[in-house]
Design a binder for this molecule. Sequence first.
Ligand SMILES: *Cc1c(COP(=O)(O)O)cnc(C)c1O
Ligand SMILES: [Zn+2]
Length: 475
Amino acid sequence: MLQTAQEHNAIHTDLAFQRCINPRCGATYEARSVRTSCDKCGDLLDIDYQWDRAAVPSSLKEFEATWSERTNPVRFSGVWRFHELLPFAAQKELITVGEGQTLLQQTDLVGDYVGMDHGRLHLQYEGMNPSGSFKDNGMCAAVTHASMMDAKRAACASTGNTSASLALYCSATQLMKAVIFIGSGKISYGKLSQALDYGALTVQIAGDFDDAMIRVRQVSQELGIYLVNSVNPFRLEGQKTIMFRVLEALRWEVPDWIVVPGGNLGNSSAFGKAFMELKAHGLIDRVPRLAVINAAGADTLYELYERRGVRWNGGNVDMDPIVQYNDEMDREGKKADTIASAIEINRPVNLKKCLRALEFMDGVVRQVDDQDILDAKSKVGAGGFGCEPASAASVAGARMLRREGVIAPSDRVVCILTGHELKDPTATVAYHTTDQQVFNETLGSRGVQKASHANRAVAVPNELDDIIKTIQLYS
Ligand SMILES: *Cc1c(COP(=O)(O)O)cnc(C)c1O
Ligand SMILES: [Zn+2]
């Protein structure tokens, strides 16, 4: 049985520690310390636990008992109701704004588009989070750790959703001040408006996301500001719970595929870690396969994994092809470019962790172009609650894998929809517009030829007869 609240508070942070992901180094550090890389070798860090001392339930079904504790904000949270599987803080230290109330929707309209048998395609709507993207799953964990460390300021570089999420946690809790770094001209209005409205200090760098990322690391170091980018290993702990909720919605049955868009690769890394731990605990008997979907205009993972054969290789990642590819991008002045701004990233910081996830989950990587992304997005809208462009890469990727025969029509597939429909209305309106100039400026310039499933507004004179005729004609 899960613990009572009192027993729960006795979970001490010394159950948790930070560990270098490089097995040849394996250096460990206290959980109550602020770091984004290993002091010894510079590699990424994981949060790990002394599981034998933790209160891991003997069956995932035990979490159903937490449903009746919804008046406790910590159990209401779709992240913290799985606290036993990420026990790095005591219950009284947990910070929540009600994240993780998300939905797994089964949809045959989108399923038909992907090419699935009926009943087999599911969409996990992480856009239903308080700030409108899956980032809240990780941000509540990072802000919890930041407040354990008494941070007064927290910073991130962002293509928009990380900053919106951080800004919301800071405004809603008043625990610390948000400092966000964005590249110029690359952020959608939905996301920028959130950072501004929530009162974050918003620093716009004359450069792209990759530039902003370098600067925020330097500035955080210099000023001792708590960094919440996805190099922050606590964030990934929170993001594990997306998988726990998917399993919960499937009545604890493991699907065949998890399909997720890949940007900085925090989500895919967290999913891999979630399944590694569930398997090690004996809470699941098999592991789903993972598909990470890049945008064609930001396809570093695809290039390295599928074309140049880079693998986790038990932790011995061959760095030569990675260094070589980065040099090539520098030489050619190659900049990420896609309508899916949330994954418009050429140097994914969690690359190695994602390689580990791909190994554990027998993963594949694909790239889809902006045309496919927007067409898939229109289907997600027509068959459900909609999503922002980056999210639709998962559906476009599933369709590609279905066509290749990698995904079978009878497989049970879960596509993660990472962000809310209203994050980027510019892209949506440009897709459905009748104004060719608007289409060209926003989408045509990116190589999108046509809006294959556009739902165009119908212009009608302001006459009752005409309006009635139009409705009869079109519906
Ligand atoms: C951040 C983000 C992504 C990319 O996720 P990573 O964990 O960085 O790979 C995809 N979609 C949306 C909407 C995002 O906000
Ligand atoms: Zn190390």
